[in-house]
Design a protein around this ligand. Sequence first.
Ligand code: PMT
Length: 220
Amino acid sequence: PPKGPLSGKRILITAGPTREAIDPVRYMSNHSSGKMGYALAQQAVRAGAQVTLVSGPVSLPTPGGVHRIDVISAADMHEAVMQHAKNNDVFIACAAVADYRAADQQPQKIKKNQQELTLTFVKNPDILADVAKMQQGPFTVGFAAETQDVAHYAKDKLQRKGLDMIAANDVSDSRIGFNADQNALHVFWSGGDQLLPVASKLEVASALLTLIQQRMSACQ
Ligand code: PMT
């Protein structure tokens, strides 16, 4: 990797959606395109870091120099992240992980022979919270995608999950967030916050990485 402000740092990033199978032909997912997480991976490499990207199903090329691990479901993503987290200095959870999966994945295609269909979903493991709980784990950065009371929910997640930093993303604004090429974040840590105004996802990624680097050196 090139020499830069993150030289010598190992960064693990999740990106994209997860897919939770319902039967062999159907799944539940969300609108994450992976663009924000891939922008973080690209800019972290440019800043000199060694980057591992755990990616849900997206249609983006792998940025140069990035080690990419493809996963489908939240359970797969959890396994890959837990395997790599201890070897990294920073973990950034940018993926839109499905909070629930089907309780019973049907082995055959569900037939449409009834007027109503009821499915039961059970909770998925919380990848971000599990990394934050690790002894001597990485500097842990979460995202919070919210449609209302963005700052309030973000600060609550920062405390409740014991994170080092959280980036609040107001996804009610269609110019930014899911699938857009631009983003804006309100970043919180214990004792401070900063607004990263609307810009391309590459520029926002770069600004977030600078903040991470500043907080890490302040904490040392
Ligand atoms: O991919 P793009 O189209 O570029 O869109 C970018 C984005 C809007 C998806 C991204 O900027 C973003 O906000 N990602 C987080 C989306 C999300 O699922 O937020 P959440 O508030 O539901 O989750 C909170 C945090 O916990 C996130 O860091 C998430 O990665 C993590 N999480 C959630 C559930 C779970 N089971 N495991 C997790 O690690």
